[in-house]
Design a protein around this ligand. Structure first.
Ligand SMILES: Nc1nc2c(ncn2[C@@H]2O[C@H](COP(=O)(O)OP(=O)(O)OP(=O)(O)O)[C@@H](O)[C@H]2O)c(=O)[nH]1
Ligand SMILES: [Mg+2]
Length: 427
């Protein structure tokens, strides 16, 4: 593993991933993912170190022997960063840093927060990431504060350390409050846009799924959205909404969202609330799955777990098994309209089966809608114009006294024009 000196000089930050294998837990996939996260953060994952244990060592997570081995690896290979897969307490970080005497020590959550910080582009994204980072840091500072306050009464215990800590804490809490207020403002704007969309009656779907599943690529293929899609984790942080024209000519809105991952720090979920609300307010969800990844079942489980936190149960879903250009034809369950579950296998990259996907989007966008027939007398032309602006009228016939139209409408639109209604039937 020893590298020549000139090779060392070329490499910026070299990292080691460390994981503890507890009995009956599959840590291999999680560690592989950690290595990719390190790469995404701009460092190089030089080695992965694991130790099988019944339980974590309270002081240093891994045992003495393993820690010595880690120190060796670090010293011999110019390692600047050590990332633990599990969450570390502040005192564990201190203990491990003391033992290694050199590299920075962080945990998976801190790494994810760092990636988000580097990727946020919009004002909202930046505010959300900063809030998440402070939410992660604040209790840790408070934790240290407690350690110190226990020493109260001892001579010299009220040193500059503690008062600096107190002022840090106050500063952090003030900043968090300011961020929450700014975010509330952004959320209000988002709410206004959302309610305008709601009034328009256009069906809306959110594209959700594990990071790197191909959500943005799919969105680009469908809507020509020009969103950055790349082979990196968390390429997308800020949601983008675009129109998609369904095969029957009607329009719907698709929103590309931030990707999910195992053990996403909950501070990020709460800070990204307004972004993730796109999922809550969508009429249905397009769940993109990387069918070429052997981890797909576990990733789908993580996605479903997060979706359950974010929106009401039973919201209809279209499961898109993506990347079939490099996967063995995935097993595709039958559509179940009763449960609101639909399935399709596509390649967002080659465009294979995207027409079929569009048909399914059409079916889903009509769920809960019914065909209605309305008759507008000539005196009600302004209402008819309003209808034309918000819905796609499927047929129209004029007679001497007015115009007869039929269309697919959801309950809200049907209610809005109910006085012109002359009959309808369920789809
Ligand atoms: N072979 C193949 N690669 C694909 C397909 N769809 C997407 N990819 C690749 O998968 C990688 C991730 O794609 P993205 O669209 O950025 O994935 P995402 O789900 O938006 O990822 P995040 O925004 O990071 O959550 C890119 O390198 C894409 O080119 C596909 O159908 N086939
Ligand atoms: Mg994306």
């Amino acid at each position: 593993m020893n590298l020549k000196k000139d090779e060392l000089e070329k490499t910026p930050v070299r990292a080691v991933a460390v994981g503890v294998e507890f009995p009956e837990e599959d840590t291999a996939a999680s560690l592989e993912e950690l290595a990719r996260l390190i790469d995404t953060a701009g460092a190089e994952c030089f080695a992965v170190l694991t130790q099988s244990r019944e339980a974590a060592n309270a002081r240093t997570v891994i045992g003495k022997g393993k820690l010595a081995e880690l120190k060796d690896v670090c010293e011999n290979n110019g390692i600047g960063l050590v990332v633990f897969d599990g969450e570390l307490t502040p005192s564990q970080i201190r203990n491990i840093e003391d033992a290694l005497d050199g590299p920075d020590v962080i945990d998976r959550s801190m790494l994810i927060l760092d990636i988000f910080a580097g990727r946020a582009r919009t004002k909202e994204g930046k505010l959300q990431v900063e809030l998440a980072q402070l939410q992660y840091t604040a209790p840790r500072l408070i934790g240290k504060g407690k350690d110190l306050s226990r020493q109260e009464g001892r001579i010299g215990s009220r040193g500059p350390g503690e008062s600096k800590l107190e002022s840090d804490k106050r500063h952090i809490h003030r900043r968090m409050q300011a961020l929450r207020e700014e975010l509330a403002e952004v959320e209000r704007t988002r709410g206004v846009v959302r309610s305008a969309r709601e009034k328009s009656g256009i069906p809306r779907a959110a594209i959700a799924g594990y990071t790197n599943a191909g959500k943005s690529t799919l969105m680009n293929a469908l809507c020509g959205a020009g969103i950055l899609a790349e082979d990196k984790l968390f390429a997308t942080l800020d949601p983008t909404t675009r129109k998609f024209v369904l095969p029957d000519g009607r329009e719907m809105l698709l929103t590309d969202t931030v990707g999910f991952i195992r053990r996403l720090p909950h501070q990020l979920i709460s800070a990204f609330r307004s972004t993730l609300d796109e999922v809550r307010y969508a009429d249905f969800i397009v769940v993109v799955i990387d069918a070429s990844d052997p981890e797909a079942p576990a990733q789908t489980e993580v996605t479903e777990g997060l979706l359950a936190e974010l929106c009401e149960p039973g919201k209809p879903r279209l499961y898109v098994f993506n990347k079939i250009d490099r996967a063995q034809g995935p097993y595709l369950p039958e559509d179940d309209p009763q449960k609101g579950q639909f399935f399709v296998a596509v390649s967002a990259l080659t465009g294979e089966n995207l027409e079929l996907l569009a048909e399914k989007l059409q079916t889903l966008s009509r769920l809960g809608s019914r065909k209605i027939t309305l008759y507008f007398p000539h005196s009600a032309m302004s209402d008819l114009n309003r209808l034309y602006r918000s819905c796609t009228v499927e047929s129209a016939e004029a007679d001497d006294n007015g115009i007869l139209v039929s269309l697919h409408a959801d309950a809200k639109t049907a209610g809005m024009f109910s006085r012109y209604r002359i009959g309808d039937r369920d789809e």
